[in-house]
Design a protein around this ligand. Structure first.
Ligand SMILES: C[S@@+](CC[C@H](N)C(=O)[O-])C[C@H]1O[C@@H](n2cnc3c(N)ncnc32)[C@H](O)[C@@H]1O
Length: 274
């Protein structure tokens, strides 16, 4: 991808998350899943930790309390709005082992072998080039260090799953969560990126969405589309796009029950060791 496209994609990401930043901490789901990611594989006292896509700093603050005064924590994010929310709590927290830095997780640079633990909660789906980014992150880990991150399988989010099926059928890429579509694919991705031990834990969950939401769920050009640029519908000819939309609507209609449509939001908790 050329640098102009990368800039355009990042502007899209930052616009969306700047806008969400003041409300992000209202999401108990994000907080709980982020804390579970670190609590299930916590750093030790004195460890050096990187929190990638830190948002308002849920993992970074937890890590700062676990590593203590002899440890160090860095939280990075692309969104100034998110980082401002994270930094707002810094003075009153009393932590002087924690800093927040504006940086792109796909291009950031740190010395090799710097971190004992790296975490990335609910942000990996935004990464455009999963393999080369995981290789980059691998360099920053100390030998035996662990990267823990969330990823979504191909079953997650009915509107993504059903759209991917129809776009793929017509030969157009629909890349969100494609790199981590299954456990086998995720394991291969991490092995190809150089990690030596991969532990994937599946956390199953979901809820019903209304039939009305389901019927209005077709993703339009211009809407936020993480992990792919340009937006997947951009290069699809209008007649093919109309056909995709019709097939999508048929799939959705077939899935609607009297309770609505089941929205699977199962997640992988992936821990990979250098
Ligand atoms: C859904 S939020 C999750 C925030 C936090 N990790 C949590 O669990 O509460 C996703 C975050 O990833 C950040 N992000 C997305 N792509 C990024 C990138 N390439 N580099 C750095 N941060 C990124 C967004 O700005 C946003 O703050």
């Amino acid at each position: 991808m050329n640098s102009k496209d990368l800039q355009a994609y990042h502007k899209h990401v930052t616009d969306v998350y700047d806008e969400r930043s003041s409300k992000h901490d209202n999401s108990q789901w994000h907080r709980a899943t982020a804390l579970k990611l670190i609590n299930d594989m916590p750093p030790k006292s004195g460890d050096v930790v990187l929190d990638i896509g830190t948002g308002t700093g849920t993992i970074a603050y937890r890590a700062a309390s676990l590593v203590g005064p002899n440890g160090r924590v860095v939280g990075i994010d692309l969104s100034t709005g998110m980082l401002n929310q994270a930094k707002a709590r810094l003075a009153e927290s009393g932590f002087d082992n924690l800093e927040f830095v504006l940086a792109d997780a796909e291009q950031v640079s740190f010395p090799d072998n710097r971190f004992d633990r790296m975490y990335c909660a609910s942000a990996f789906f935004c990464i455009l080039d999963p393999l080369s980014t995981l290789r980059r992150w691998h360099r920053f880990l100390k030998p035996d260090g662990i990267l823990g991150f969330h990823a979504q399988p191909e079953t997650s989010y009915f509107w993504v799953r059903e759209a991917r099926k129809v776009f793929k059928r017509h030969g157009y890429p629909y890349l969100i969560n494609d790199a981590t579509a299954t456990i086998e694919k995720s394991e291969k991705l991490l092995k190809d990126a150089g990690y030596r031990a991969v532990d994937i834990r599946v956390e199953e969950s979901g809820f019903y969405k209304s039939a009305e939401d389901a019927r209005n769920s077709w993703i339009q050009a211009g809407s936020f589309f993480p992990g792919q640029y340009p937006h997947p519908v951009t290069n699809v000819p209008p007649d093919v796009l109309a056909q995709c939309k019709q097939e999508y609507e048929e799939n959705i209609e077939a899935l609607i029950t009297e309770k609505g449509i089941w929205n699977d939001i199962s997640m992988y908790y992936i821990y990979a060791r250098k």
